[in-house]
Design a binder for this molecule. Structure first.
Ligand code: URA
Length: 192
């Protein structure tokens, strides 16, 4: 655990030292690196920090984060049981979508975070993190809720809680997909 914490602290320092994504760093208040348990079985990956996240330096603390916490509670988990981060780690101006070059700049650091934590399951939230980590051409409307093995990790693509929050159908689909998480984890554990 201490080793993992130390490794994560190094990766965070590297992002700053290497001037990653200076264009966003200039307008953001701070780097939002990641939060939660470095020893977690499950890592969640969102898109980019919003206003609240930029202010607090912690991912998913706004409305989408509140909804995420409620879904975690449904499966008996708290934020301290999981690790959570974003593909892009500085807030884009006015919460615009992250651009391809911004996602590409952060990708090696996200991959290092995943290597350091070595989770059983990586849950991508929304199309930006899915598109950065899984093969091109997947449609989230078709693959959500289905675990995929890829490059030595198991991924579960889910809808983004911010997109699902105010869309009744998508909201229920996301909750239904969330309920599959304990089953998937149990299955992965029984394979070892
Ligand atoms: N949406 C995201 O994708 N990430 C956050 O940290 C907050 C909202």
């Amino acid at each position: 655990m201490e080793d993992k914490e130390h490794r994560l602290a190094q990766i965070k320092a590297d992002i700053i030292k290497n001037n990653v994504c200076l264009n966003l760093a200039k307008t953001a208040k701070q780097l939002v690196f990641g939060d939660g348990n470095p020893d977690a079985d499950i890592v969640f990956i969102g898109e980019a920090p919003g206003k609240k996240e930029d202010e607090q330096g912690i991912p998913f603390v706004g409305a989408a984060g509140k909804f995420l916490n409620e879904m975690l509670a449904l499966i008996g988990l708290e934020r301290d049981d999981i690790y959570i981060t974003n593909i892009v780690k500085y807030r884009p101006p006015n919460n615009r979508d992250p651009m391809p070059d911004e996602k590409a700049e952060f990708l090696p650091y996200l991959q290092k975070q995943l290597e350091a934590i070595s989770p059983k399951l990586v849950i991508t939230l929304g199309r930006h993190s899915m598109g950065s980590l899984l093969p091109a051409g997947l449609k989230i409307s078709q693959v959500h809720g289905e675990p995929k093995r890829y490059k030595g990790l198991v991924y579960l693509p889910l809808f983004h809680p911010a997109a699902a929050l105010y869309n009744g159908g998508m909201r229920q689909t996301l909750i239904d997909d969330f309920m599959k998480i304990p089953v998937i984890i149990k299955k992965l554990e029984s394979e070892n």
